[in-house]
Each structure stands twice: as C-alpha cells, then as structure tokens.
Design a protein around this ligand. Structure first.
Ligand code: BGC
Length: 734
C-alpha cells in the first residue's frame, strides 16, 4: 500500500473521497445517454470529480487539470478517458475487422499507436478493449469486439492491453486500458441492444468469460461493468461478478467503473431506488460511477444511516487513487498534457500502418474466374453508395476521427491503378430514404445524405455507367452507424434500398465485384449468386480506400479470416461454429429424414464459416500427421501438416487447430479453436506447420465449474477454417 495514498486519504473528508468516485461527461462528444453533470468546474474545485471522459485536446485537458490541481483543497489530479476503440485520430479498421487478421503483433500495434495519439491529446485512459463474445450478428456491437471465439478473443484482449499499457503505465505515451463490458453483454436476447441476458455458469465460464479474464491477466488497469443483468442482478450491482469472480477468483486489483448511467438504470431494471441501488453497487464492488452522479448524491446519506460503511467508500477511493498513482499523475499531473505533441497524430507512419491493417482485415469471400485481382487496364465502373464515400469509412466509435482525412474506395483505386485505367462512378442507391432512420444514423455527424432522385433514376444512371465499363466494382453495405451501439437489426442483409441496384448490375452481364462495408456478419446468399467476386472490407478506417485498393489490384494478397460466422438466413441466428452436437444432429446424409435437429427451409450450416477466407494463391494441405495416437498425462502431442503455396503470388495462410472431446462428463462443443499459426509462403514454397498439444488444450469447465481435463478420446482437427479440417483421434490416459 502506498504511503502517499495513505497519507492523502487521512486528510480527505468523506465528501472528497466520494468525489473521487464520480466520473463526469461534459457532453461534448460521447453522449450515449443523458448528460447529467452541471457546473463541472465548480464541482472540480470542490473535489467532487475523480475524472472526466468524452473530452480531449491537450490544451483543454491541461486547463481542467489545473482547476483540480491548483484550485481544489487537496489538489488531486483527474484522470481523462475516452472511447478510443480502434485508433484515436488515425482510425484503424473496426475491431471485428482487425480480429480477422488473426495477427496479434499487428493488433497490439494498433493499440500502441492509439495510445500514442490519445496521450498526445491529453488522455490517459481508454474505454477499450471491448471483449464481449458475440454470437448474434443482429447485435450491432459485434462490430466492437473480436467475434465469437473465446480463444481468439482472449489473445486479442491481451494484445490490446499490452499495446495500450506497455510495460509502464506512467510513461507519457501509454494509457490505462478499461476492459469492457463485464459481463455477457454480447448475449443480449434477440440481439437487441441493452436487452436481458441469462445463461448457465457453465456457458459463461467456457465461452463468455475467458476474454475478460485474459485482459485482466494481461494487467488491464480498469474494468467497465455492463448494462445488462447477470443471473438476475444488474452488473453494476452484482457482487458475484465484481467481488467473487473478478477480484476473488481472477485476482483483479484495479478499479471498476460502471457503464453510462448504469446505476441510475438499475431502477428501470427493477431493483429499487437510486439510494439503495447506489449502496448496493458500491458494496458489490463498483468503484466509479459513470455520469449518473448516484454516488455523489446518495453515499453520504447511506454512510450516515449505515447502509454503506467508511471502509466501502475507502476501498473504492483507494483504488482510484492507486490508478492515478500508477499513471504517474501524483508525480506530474501534467504528464499527459503536452501541446507540443499535437503533431504526433495522423503521422505518415500511422497512416501507413492503418493502410496495412485495412488491407489485412479484408476477407475475400468469393472469387470466380478468378476475377480478382483486377487488371490495371480498361474501364472500371465503381458504383454504390459507399464507392466514393469518406464519411462512413471510420466505422462506429471513432469519436476523434475526421472523415475528411479518410480515403474513399474510388480514390484509393485511382491512387493504386495509375494512368492505364479509366474510372467511372455513380452512387446508384441511397443507404435509406427514411429521414427518421437517417437522423438516427447521423447522431454523430452527417454520415447518410439522402439523394432526392428516385430509386429508378439512380439505378438508370448507374447502369449507364456500368455498360461503358469492362468490369463493375459495386461498393455496397451498411452506413457506419448501422452497426455499433444501439444499432441492432433484424434484417441483417445489405440494406434493402441497395438490393435493386445489385440486381440490375448483375443483369448487365458485366463482371461484378461486390466490395462490402459492414460492421457485422451479413446474410449474402443472393449476392453470392449474383456477383463473381465478393470482398468484405468492413469499415477500414482512415486508409480504408487505399487498403481495399491494395487488395483489389493484388498489391496485397487477401489474408483475412472470418472471426464470426456468416449465416445464410437471420432465422439461424445464433449460429456459431463451436456449437453443441445435440442428441439428434443432422449430418446431411439423408435429406428426407424428419426427426433431426434442422430447419425445413434452410440448411443448418453457415454461408461462410468461422475461420473462412480466400486468397489469390491456393494453399494445398498435405495429410495431417500426429506423432502419437496414445498419450499419457503430461506428454505433448505434435500435430503437423505441410502447407504449400500452389499459386503464383506470395501469400499468407492461417492454419487453424481445433480440438474436440467426444466423451466428457458434461457436453462439449463439436470443436474448439485451440491454436493457429500464420505462415507466409512464396509461390511454390512449402512449409511444415506444427502444433504442440498438451492437456492444457484439453481442459474445460466441468459440472462443478472446475477446469479439468478428462482422460479418453480426443479428436484433433487441423485445417483452413472451422468447416474444412482434417481430423484424427488420440487416446489420452491419465
Ligand atoms: C457504452 C460504453 C462506453 C460508454 C462511454 C456506453 O454507452 O456502452 O462502451 O464506453 O458509453 O462512452
């Protein structure tokens, strides 16, 4: 325990201690709910504020910090946070896209650059990584995480924390991470944001909790609790979640902040009034109250009537002061306030990294012909509402981005193609014609402008352009705010308004490439029949257009692999690769069979499975080789496979290892990802990829919630995606 904090706390009044628990939002940028706080400056002077968020710029931060340091009684510095989710000023692809790189050093680098830029803007705390496992693409916030798999999600979570925090939080270019949202937020029923969730402890531990735990183990300094309830208790007031699990079992010693007005919202959830919920939240392990000022307005009274103790308040206050100490703010409250660093943002290097990440996040879904890569000749029509769009390139949660700095796909293609190509362009469709929807999509600035021409007029113009071209590239999909927070959809196809355009283009007989912007898996059955090639670009950030063009023209051989399943139909949702077998699995062998776990009107399987992605070079796999088929205890199994680049361009393959446990005391999923290896191969080159499998990869949570492995048969699968593997069995004895 730090002497400095001890002596400070001895001088603090209960009011000042409660003040440290108050996180306020000045209401300039990140308003995802009501802005409650009035007279922030006055409150800072009175020691009633512990930190601010939704606020950046070194000069502004410096001015506010000075108020706290010079004009409050004890001069305790503030922390300054922001939702820096996928880059700060230089915007990288949305997290779901970045996860498709399966490239941890690259993901860590994105967080490192974000930390540099954020601190150059006065910040020392970021509300990231968001590590909620999501199996339901109706939920718009699937865009913010790493998809459906806990193993990959845990790797990404740890990489992000390392990138933000480095190995020394007090460095002026590192920030404190805030892993969110504890817990299970991604399982909102029906995919409707903020909705209830309810799941077994077994499912939590096996599939949903691992990424939070991984972020904690990587040293995340803070945790944000979620909006939803867990086991019938809203997360912000859930003692099991914060005290027993997070602090007790996982050993977390940082601080916990609520989500936006979460304590106030407990009343709507149905657990009583503000005062009792605030006391409950504090006693359950909440340290900081985001926006709601519930602690500020009720805790003193609760202290007096005994519903909270001074120890409860002290514990929370101490954790916040400790975070400030770790950030080095007591040594120098202005450590992160250096106006001379303004030039560090959007540097050439950061933009180059963003371009590389944008290219590496793209997932090639289809390439008949092969139509891609495009030749740098002839006439290319680049059509669609996203074809020459900069406004939507950043993607959701890009608060500090400036869309005018972004590169559109058309612009990127022009940059890449040189003088030999003639480009034609037409928008061809609106995102929507509904002004009310447009207003919601434009809450953070104008993303969606409605072209007043009729749908037919726009299509006619596009067709005129398409007919003059040798190849048509249609850039279609979601506007950036169609995914993200409070952006749930039940129709997870390409927005309706664009469908007649795609139909019309496909009937021209011109080769058609669909480049698809989206923040979630989409249903693309019809488009898959209509287009010769489909490239998923997600939302690629500042350099989106250049990154996509690098892929389209073959400067980069596409290497992204899906981290969330693409269903055929929304009715299959939730659809994920690591599902249970059931007692009546359907294997496709007898289509007339009735009493099986299947639909009458759609196949069980996905359109594109977890781990899927094509490239421009075919990779050939040799047979799976296991060095043993019988093992005992601590022995190591080696699973090896030869991978050859049989194409004529260099490329990267992601070889995936899955394990299944067909006989266990509790049912297990059909397979679970347990390893992956990225290999870069020159044309004709072959490499052996091998995985060491130990009992660690065989472990799971049993009925007593103990993590164990149970001797017996295991199946080892190695392959190019979750639906395309080679498998072999081993017997593993105790
Ligand atoms: C979101 C959080 C975010 C917070 C602060 C909330 O609405 O759920 O992810 O960090 O707002 O902006």
């Amino acid at each position: 325990m730090s002497k400095q904090i001890n002596s400070l706390m001895m001088r603090m009044t209960p009011e000042e201690k409660i003040g440290q628990l108050n996180l306020v939002n000045p209401g300039i940028f990140a308003n995802t709910g009501a802005v409650v706080t009035q007279d922030i400056d006055g409150k800072i002077r009175k020691g009633q504020v512990g930190g601010l968020f939704g606020y950046y710029d070194a000069a502004l931060v410096g001015k506010t910090q000075r108020l706290a340091v010079e004009e409050s009684r004890l001069g305790i510095p503030l922390i300054f946070g922001l939702d820096v989710i996928h880059g700060h000023k230089t915007i990288f692809p949305i997290p779901l896209a970045l996860s498709c790189t399966w490239d941890m050093p690259l993901i860590e680098k994105s967080a490192r650059i974000a930390a540099m830029e954020a601190t150059a803007d006065g910040l020392n705390w970021v509300f990231s990584p968001m590590v909620d496992i999501a199996r339901d693409p109706r939920w718009g916030r699937i865009a913010e995480g790493a998809g459906e798999d806990p193993y990959l999600g845990s790797k990404v979570a740890a990489a992000m924390v390392r990138g933000y925090q480095g190995d020394d939080l007090s460095r002026p270019d590192t920030v404190m991470a805030c892993v969110k949202h504890l817990a299970l937020y991604g399982d909102a029923e029906g995919g409707r944001d903020y909705n209830t969730t309810d799941m077994s402890r077994l499912k939590m531990h096996e599939y949903y909790l691992p990424p939070y735990k991984a972020a904690v183990e990587a040293g995340a300094g803070s945790v944000m609790s979620s909006f939803n309830e867990v086991d019938g208790v809203p997360a912000a007031g859930n003692k099991w979640l914060m005290k027993d699990l997070l602090r007790g079992l996982w050993g977390f010693n940082g601080f916990v902040v609520t989500d936006y007005t979460s304590i106030n919202e407990m009343t709507c959830h149905g657990t009583g009034g503000l005062k009792e919920n605030s006391a409950r939240a504090l006693k359950a392990g909440t340290d900081m109250d985001m926006v709601g000022e519930c602690f500020l307005t009720t805790l003193l009274e609760s202290l007096e009537d005994g519903s909270v103790s001074m120890d409860d308040i002290d514990a929370a206050c101490r954790r916040i002061l400790e975070a400030k100490e770790r950030l080095g703010l007591f040594d120098d409250p202005y450590r992160y306030v250096d106006e001379k660093r303004a030039g560090e943002v959007l540097s050439e290097d950061s933009r180059a990294a963003a371009r590389d990440m944008a290219a590496r996040s793209c997932v090639l879904l289809k390439n008949d012909g092969p139509l891609l890569p495009l030749k740098k000749e002839g006439t290319i029509a680049v059509i669609g509402p996203l074809a020459d769009d900069k406004r939507n390139m950043p993607g959701t949660w890009s608060i500090a981005s400036d869309w005018t700095q972004c590169v559109s796909v058309l612009e990127g293609m022009k940059n890449a193609a040189g003088a030999g190509v003639k480009f034609l362009h037409a928008a061809g469709a609106n995102f929507t014609r509904d002004p009310v929807l447009a207003e919601r999509l434009n809450f953070s600035g104008e993303r969606v402008l409605i072209d007043p021409r009729s749908q037919q007029e726009m299509i006619d113009e596009a067709l005129k352009v398409a007919r003059k071209a040798d190849v048509v590239v249609a850039v279609v999909g979601e506007a950036q705010e169609m995914s993200g927070e409070a952006a749930s959809r039940v129709d997870i196809g390409i927005p309706q308004e664009q469908l007649p355009l795609i139909d019309a283009l496909s009937k021209t007989g011109k080769p058609l490439v669909l480049v698809i912007a989206t923040g979630r898996p989409l249903t693309l059955v019809r488009e898959c029949e209509q287009a010769q090639a489909m490239l998923l670009m997600w939302f690629g950030g500042t350099e989106a257009g250049n990154g996509v063009a690098d892929v389209l023209f073959g400067h980069h051989n596409p290497s992204g692999r899906l981290t969330a399943t693409f269903p055929r139909h929304v009715g299959q949702v939730p659809l994920y690769y690591n599902h249970k077998n059931t007692g009546r699995p359907y294997d496709g062998a007898k289509p007339a069979e009735k009493f099986k776990s299947r639909y009458l009107d759609v196949e069980n399987g996905p359109l594109f499975p977890f781990g899927f992605g094509l490239g421009y070079a075919p990779f050939e796999y040799g047979p799976l080789r296991l060095d043993k088929t019988e093992l005992q205890g601590a022995e190591t199994l080696t699973a090896a496979i030869a991978v050859k680049n049989a194409g004529d361009c260099a490329g990267e393959e992601t070889v995936q290892l899955y394990v299944s446990d067909p006989v266990a005391s509790v049912t297990r999923s059909v397979k679970d990802l347990k390893g992956f290896e990225k290999v870069f191969l020159q044309p004709g080159e072959e490499k052996d990829v091998s995985f060491a499998v130990t009992t660690e990869q065989l472990m799971f949570f049993n009925g007593d919630l103990q993590r164990v492995w149970e001797p017996g048969e295991f199946v080892i699968h190695v392959g190019r995606n979750s639906g395309d593997v080679q498998s072999a069995s081993v017997q593993w004895k105790k």
